[in-house]
Design a binder for this molecule. Structure first.
Ligand code: PGA
Length: 254
């Protein structure tokens, strides 16, 4: 049985005071749920990660980076390694978020190196995949998702891939208020699970969690989460309000 996994991607939001407050409110608000009935993570901006880890106290939520660089150390100005994230208490990291792919220009090969570096560094990566609006309209959703998944997981054996969470985030639904319908989400999630079965085996396909992301709110969380292959949610905008994020966590716990 896959435990629901709800995560908040704060993107380039919050400041030194509000980030700490948000972590405190979330930690308090989901006591008894987080870590037990649902796994909860937040991804604050790099500079607020260490304070976020500290302010979490004994709460059962995990903190992760929104990105990392694949090299271990050295002359890579502006970059952050897996070891640095781990050093300050991060457990998780996002790889290949659609804004990294489409705003910053990251490609599948780089994202694959990041996924591998995360696992080598003892972090749990979330590989984000998903099609653009024009790709969906051209009937290319499966082709895009297949490519993102195949390339993103390249070189990972059955055992190591178990560290990965997949986040399916249709780009047209991110930050637009346009959520995929539960049926649209389920269709692609089932397709992804099938691909995992082809790439690995039925056990891996049954074990890996696939989150949905794209305009998730308290009002649509439950209907997405009842879908057989939706195992969790990656939440952007609504994760910046503690009450909304907690409501989403509660809805996901069933
Ligand atoms: P959104 O972002 O919930 O604001 O659409 C989701 C994401 O980018 O992970």
């Amino acid at each position: 049985m896959r435990k629901p996994f709800v995560a908040g991607n704060w993107k380039m939001n919050t400041d030194s005071i509000s980030s700490v407050e948000l972590v405190r409110e979330i930690t308090q608000g989901c006591r008894g749920l987080a870590g037990e009935r649902v796994d909860v993570a937040v991804y604050p901006p790099f500079v607020y990660l260490a304070p976020a880890v500290k302010s979490m106290g004994s709460g059962n939520i995990s903190v992760g980076g929104q990105d990392l660089y694949f090299e271990q150390k050295g002359a890579f100005t502006g970059e952050i390694s897996a070891a640095m994230l781990k050093d300050i208490g991060c457990v998780r990291v996002l790889c290949g978020h659609s804004e990294r792919r489409h705003v910053i220009g990251e490609g599948d090969e780089l994202i694959n190196k990041k996924v591998i570096a995360a696992i080598n560094g003892g972090l749990l990566p979330t590989l984000c995949i998903g099609e653009l609006l024009e790709q969906r309209q051209a009937g290319q959703t499966e082709e895009v998702v297949r490519r993102h998944l195949n390339k993103g997981l390249e070189g990972l054996c059955d055992e190591r891939v178990l560290a990965v969470t997949i986040a399916y985030e249709p780009v047209w639904a991110i930050g637009t208020g346009l959520t995929a319908t539960p049926q649209q989400a389920q269709e692609v999630h089932a397709f992804i699970r099938g691909l995992l079965g082809e790439l690995y085996n039925d056990d891996v396909a049954a074990e890996l969690r696939i989150q949905y992301g794209g305009s998730v709110k308290p009002a649509n969380a439950a209907e997405l989460m009842v879908q057989a292959d939706v195992d969790g949610l990656l939440v952007g905008g609504a994760s910046l309000k503690a009450a909304d994020f907690i409501a989403i966590i509660e809805a996901s716990a069933g």
